[in-house]
Design a protein around this ligand. Structure first.
Ligand SMILES: Cc1cc2nc3c(=O)[nH]c(=O)nc-3n(C[C@H](O)[C@H](O)[C@H](O)COP(=O)(O)O)c2cc1C
Length: 215
């Protein structure tokens, strides 16, 4: 039954990733790869899989959009009452994964997540399209709802409520998380499954150690 799936594979080999050319700073290396993914016009180049783990040790994953990054970490926005947020409140360890298919590149990051300062969430909330702002008020993310109607009715009510109101307030239950990476791995597909993997690990003195991993 799974014969066709088992036959799906391809050779990689567009590019390589060597220690001597990779940046010694993984944040700069991440910046370079993300820029190249955006320049290559990959759809959703800023989409990343976020994995969290609940208190029972059970992991869960979903895609979120990267909305900013710098030396402090990688930022995404969500509902603070959602499953992912509840899991991060209980256990802040998170993993992020980017898979830029046409570039044959994967980046894996692991670290702790912290809620953004409300002022930062506030600034981003107000930069979003009005419909997205209303959407944040509309959706009790991750809760069971009766049907789609519930959402559409709520959205309509909110549209009416905020007609003529210029600034829609940010719901307190909506905001950003910053994942502060402690490890960052860059993976470049190579021929014969001999892929390149460079793992950067944050050291106690703040420097990054880079090691090559077997594919
Ligand atoms: C391309 C894509 C981008 C998404 N971006 C976000 C996002 O930035 N924030 C968010 O809360 N959910 C985003 N989602 C929805 C999540 O994958 C997920 O369904 C939702 O956050 C609920 O997850 P949870 O119940 O595990 O908390 C995105 C989904 C896709 C497919």
């Amino acid at each position: 039954m799974n014969r066709d799936i088992a036959d799906i594979r391809r050779e990689y080999g567009l590019m390589d990733l060597v220690e001597t050319l990779a940046d010694s700073d993984p944040i700069r290396q991440f910046h370079l790869w993300l820029e190249q993914a955006i320049e290559a016009q990959l759809p959703d180049a800023n989409a990343m899989t976020l994995s969290t783990v609940n208190l029972a040790g059970k992991p869960s994953s979903r895609i979120v959009l990267l909305k900013g990054y710098d030396r402090r970490g990688l930022v995404f926005y969500t509902n603070y009452q959602s499953r992912k947020s509840q899991e991060l409140e209980a256990n802040p360890w998170a993993a992020l994964n980017f898979w830029w298919i046409p570039l044959e590149r994967q980046v894996r990051l692991e670290g702790r997540a912290e809620k953004l300062d409300p002022a930062e969430s506030e600034a981003y909330f107000h930069s979003r399209p009005r419909d997205s702002q209303l959407g944040a008020w509309t959706s009790p993310q991750s809760s069971v709802i009766l049907d789609r109607e519930v959402l559409e009715r709520k959205f309509q009510e909110l549209e009416e409520k905020y007609t003529g109101v210029e600034v829609i307030p940010r719901p307190e239950h909506w905001g950003g998380w910053r994942v502060i990476p402690e490890t960052i791995e860059f993976w470049q597909g190579r021929a014969s499954r001999l892929h390149d993997r460079l793992l950067y690990q944050l050291q106690p003195n703040g420097s990054w150690q880079c090691d090559r991993l077997a594919p």
